[in-house]
Design a protein around this ligand. Sequence first.
Ligand code: PEP
Ligand code: MN
Length: 337
Amino acid sequence: MIVVMKTSASQENIDAVARRVEELGLKSHIIVGTERTVVAAIGEKRNGERETLESLEAVDKVVPILAPYKVASVETKPEPTTITTGSFTMGGGHIGVIAGPCSVESEQQILETARMVKAAGATGLRGGAFKPRTNPYSFQGMKEEGLKLLAAAREETGLAVVTEVMTPQHVELVGSYADVLQIGARNMQNYHLLQAVGEQPKPVLLKRGPSASIDEFLLAAEYILDQGNTQVMLCERGVRTFETHTRFTLPLATVPYLQERTHLPVIIDPSHGTGITSLVPPMCRAAIAVGCDGLIVEVHPDPSKAMSDGAQSMTPELFHSSMEDCRKVADALGYKM
Ligand code: PEP
Ligand code: MN
């Protein structure tokens, strides 16, 4: 249920409603909107709660939330959520661009990439230090050493660092270096991990599982939101279909579809979504045209030597020209990029 407060409601009125919600055995989330504040009351439905809440001071009305994902739903918060951390802003008409290698490989590789993507207009730096690899014998990442190199790259360029965390035990460690914690596609339904990143304060970039439905994706986001972390970005990175020409199939309709249902920023990963470098720039342009709030792309100084995902990584030069084209699309549609 959503308890919609009157525009005249004081902070005491709002706190009193939140307290009553908790007394009823429900979880309360106070959501401050531009027009008015609402208190979302989440939990198993019982009789009489609606009437109880409706009778409290400064309450305008109590309405049910129909979607299974409650805090993520536009019913709870119609205004888009904007996420700002360090160098980047995403959502509410701001397009954030996160670029960098699939994996952090060396000091020189990550610093050089960071400088070049920054010069081309990226607002965030990506790079995996803990890598979820399909094959156990593939490069597994530089781990904490890689996190230190990412932090050094932020130090020099000012770019916010986005990097993956694979297990609840590493949330504190990764959070101590990163600006945004990435939950990889393979972990989208790792509920303990979702709860662990929901309990810490840094923004979370949640990737869609390649075989997850949109409702499952939003419910995964809800696990994070339910722990009190409201800074969640949803990333479409392609799904598994019968098609074998591309690594995955990248459904761009996910962007407007999600935006009709959630206030959370929606970003596109055309690198993993296609698996083919030449397809990445056109899909970046298309993603902006359909209204995405951000992009995350792989860029490597020498893709032919990349330790992972070279076949889908752009050179810094290609990234540069791609960004110029993307800005034209963004300008034409009135997005800030
Ligand atoms: C990545 O971004 O490096 C990655 C492993 O992506 P995904 O989880 O989408 O496969
Ligand atoms: Mn990759």
